[in-house]
Design a protein around this ligand. Structure first.
Ligand SMILES: C[S@@+](CC[C@H](N)C(=O)[O-])C[C@H]1O[C@@H](n2cnc3c(N)ncnc32)[C@H](O)[C@@H]1O
Length: 449
């Protein structure tokens, strides 16, 4: 097994989109983008999902690879940012009038720390958007990423009033030693209180984000983190591999290399955590995710309805995902679109009443085919090829992984073995025509394992 990690622990995309962002090379203009949304909404029943990015955090967690603005200046940032998001929403309503009449199935608030906003500002933002749309009352999911240190009962109450029913709690690791090394001191009791308050208020599902491979994490630390996690029984657990991308996130240079577990040790931490979760009754969902048997995600997996988008695995597939806020990514059936990533640029363009386009990609026919194949592999751990030529090519590309017992073919179906599941990202690279035809020239992706 150790040799397999040496062989396959290479940089690989996480495939939350295809083509992956570095390969977007055919940007839509803003009108082309909104036309694509209008086409997607021709059917009055077509549902959609909404993502709003709130980038602010009061302090910098040094492992973090997300788009954040670190500040304590609530006065400077909160009100103008909410105004910008609402102004962006106004621009969308003008350009894509169907947004207000098609059923909204899902809203997700991500960050940063969405509860950096006071309940008043959060309420103003949510009201400004949600009071103007048709919420699919029979099947609506509202979810938010929270950092327990900055989440109050008032925040959670307000979110429940707007129909939020899922919460994702950032934990990462329960050991003080690790927490100090990553500049995120988060007492167990604070996490427990946030979870309990959410449950008491009627949130139906709580997720914990955990990370393996953090500085200072060894076997003893992972044992403690799993003991504490299993004391609280979150409904879902995302167990992420620490993505080390210091060329994008210079704060990650604050770790000393000697504090990081070595590749084999890092993988042993994952295997240990996975065993603990499976023994406790959790079920593995796709890549890096676990859920209790009663959870909707598991039902979706069993009914082959599991889907994956920019936010990871979900049981709610919609053709349109609209992203508001700085750096947010949106998707339609034939386009991707990303907002300006620099806060001042985003604010200026949103205030001017523009859709703050930074980049995007119009999917080619081949992109759409490969997108479907990668999605199938990521959500079902297998894929059936209808195209004989592609099947033959993929067989050839995967020859070493077939010989190593990580994947196998049953007639025209490629399947992943139990051991192979750890290498899912690497298997997907065999389908990724863009990566194969042009390897990135510079550091782009984090390592696969
Ligand atoms: C956008 S973050 C923010 C959530 C919330 N603000 C918090 O801090 O708890 C969402 C999740 O991404 C994951 N994450 C961030 N940086 C990561 C990295 N470098 N490698 C792996 N996972 C990462 C963390 O598990 C985190 O909880």
């Amino acid at each position: 097994m150790a040799d397999l990690f040496d062989k396959y622990d290479k940089p690989a995309p996480r495939y939350t989109s295809y083509p992956t962002v570095p390969y977007w090379d055919n940007a839509p203009t803003t009108p082309e983008w909104t036309d694509s949304l209008n086409r997607a909404f021709e059917d009055p029943k077509s549902p959609w999902s909404l993502y709003v990015h709130i980038p602010f955090c009061e302090s910098l967690c040094s492992y973090c690879a997300c788009n954040t603005t670190i500040t304590r200046k609530h006065d400077r940032y909160e009100t103008p940012y909410v105004d910008c998001v609402l102004s962006e929403w106004e621009s969308y309503k003008k350009a894509v009038p169907a947004l207000v009449s098609r059923p909204l199935k899902n809203i997700h608030l991500g960050g940063g720390t969405p509860t950096f906003l006071t309940p008043d500002n959060l309420g103003r933002m949510l009201n400004g958007i949600l009071s103007t749309v048709q919420i699919d009352k029979d099947d609506f999911e509202g979810s938010i990423e929270v950092h327990p240190n900055y989440t109050t009962e008032a925040h959670l109450k307000l979110l429940r009033e707007f129909g939020f029913n899922r919460i994702s709690i950032g934990v990462q690791d329960f050991n003080l030693k690790v927490q100090k090394l990553v500049n995120r001191i988060q007492p167990f009791d604070t996490t427990r209180t946030t979870l309990q308050t959410a449950r008491d208020l009627g949130f139906v599902s709580a997720n914990f984000d955990l990370i393996y491979g953090l500085p200072g994490q060894g076997q003893a630390e992972m044992t403690h983190t799993m003991d504490k996690t299993l004391e609280l029984w979150p409904d879902r657990i995302a167990l992420y591999s620490l993505a080390i991308v210091p060329w994008i996130k210079p704060a990650q240079r604050h770790f000393k290399d000697e504090d990081l577990p070595e590749a084999k040790e890092k993988r042993a931490l994952y295997d240990y955590a996975k065993t603990r979760l499976l023994d406790a009754g959790y079920v593995e969902i796709g890549m890096d995710h676990f859920a209790l048997p009663k959870d909707d995600l598991l039902r979706a997996m069993n009914e082959t309805r599991l889907h994956r988008n920019f936010m990871g695995y979900t049981d709610q597939k919609t053709d349109v995902l609209l992203g508001l806020g700085v750096s947010s990514i949106s998707a339609s059936p034939d386009c991707f679109h990303q907002n300006q990533k620099i806060l001042t640029l985003y604010e200026t363009q949103a205030q001017e009443g523009k859709i703050p386009t930074m980049r995007g990609h119009k999917l080619s026919e081949q992109d759409i085919i490969v997108q479907g194949q990668i999605l199938e592999l990521m959500t079902r751990f297998k894929i059936t090829f209808s195209d004989k030529k592609k099947e033959k090519t993929v067989r050839e590309r995967l020859k070493p992984m077939i010989e190593d017992g990580l994947v196998y073919f049953e007639e025209d179906t490629l399947k992943i073995t139990e051991t192979g599941k750890s290498f899912l990202r690497v298997v997907c690279t065999a389908l990724d025509e863009r990566l194969i035809s042009a390897k990135p020239q510079s550091l782009t992706f984090s390592k696969a394992i």
